[in-house]
Design a protein around this ligand. Structure first.
Ligand SMILES: O=C(O)CCC(=O)C(=O)O
Length: 276
């Protein structure tokens, strides 16, 4: 039976145009910003579903002061799409995945996972790191969409990117923490890499960065929660890479269940989201 009281969610199934400037920035620098990828109204419509689902994907329930450097950076909540139909519609949005495909220069992309990353008031900085250290994916065609659900200012923890660092590939086995911060801050300095922040962002703006791009974020010095939603994609056809350390074994078990090294990275948790 039709329920006339339910307002349908806005459709995110269209294609967004990716400007030539964004394409070349992503290719050269390993990151870019797409303003207004979702409108303020669209974010407002999806935010309640995301906020409903987020706590269900939380695994670390310790208070801020009891967490380590990584834990203080944000509350991390995974795979919201599995907890709520509205969150799923947001995470599977063809519009977002189409941008990921365009920037990576591939025809089709799969979902690796989504994460809500909420930096609490007083939350610490996100140390410099490379995401792909964690990912057992045998490709460099990986990308993260990072979209604030509220307007954010740099003092809430907007990310900084080390331009061109993606070209350096793997810079060693450094999990997010004090050591990665120290090592990569030094490397950015030594190599004279340009550090780019996009300044204040509106809800619905989205940055994209490659899996090997070095990035960090300052702490949240405000009294407002930095609500950010991320979606991680990789090129369809990617195979599972080496399970050469604990973090990658963890990732395989959680995000690529049942997939062995050398096999297609295509578990039941990794649908093709573009073309949908
Ligand atoms: O949100 C943050 O502070 C860091 C996010 C991040 O590292 C990522 O999305 O890859």
């Amino acid at each position: 039976m039709k329920d006339d009281n339910v307002t349908p969610l806005p459709d995110l199934g269209d294609e967004a145009e990716v400007s030539a400037a964004c394409m070349s920035e992503f290719r050269d620098a390993g990151h870019t910003l797409i303003r207004g990828l979702a409108s303020a109204e669209e974010v407002a419509a999806y935010r309640p579903g995301l906020l409903r689902a987020a706590p269900k994907g939380r695994y670390d329930h310790r208070p801020l002061e009891e967490r380590d450097v990584y834990g203080k950076a944000f509350v991390q909540m995974f795979n919201l799409w599995r907890h709520d139909a509205e969150a799923r519609a947001f995470v599977f949005a063809r519009r977002f995945a189409g941008v990921a495909a365009a920037l990576m220069g591939v025809d089709a992309v799969r979902l690796y996972h989504d994460q809500a990353l909420f930096k609490e008031p007083g939350g610490g900085p996100t140390p410099w790191h490379q995401d792909q250290f964690y990912w057992p994916l045998d490709t460099d065609r990986t990308i993260t969409l990072w979209m604030p659900l509220v307007d954010v200012t740099p003092d809430m923890g907007v990310m900084d990117f080390a331009s061109g660092s993606q070209r350096l590939g793997s810079l060693g086995d450094f999990a997010i923490g004090e050591e990665s911060e120290q090592r990569f801050a030094g490397l950015v300095e030594e190599q004279g890499l340009d550090v780019r922040s996009y300044g204040p962002l509106r809800a619905g703006d989205a940055t994209f960065h490659a899996g090997w791009t070095l990035h960090r974020a300052p702490g949240n010095e405000t009294d407002r929660m930095r609500e950010v939603m991320t979606v991680i994609y990789y090129a369809d056809g990617t195979r599972v890479g080496a399970l050469d350390h604990e973090s990658r074994r963890f990732d395989r078990d959680v995000w690529l269940p049942g997939c062995e090294p050398g096999e297609p990275a295509a578990s039941r948790l990794n649908p093709v989201v573009y073309p949908a």
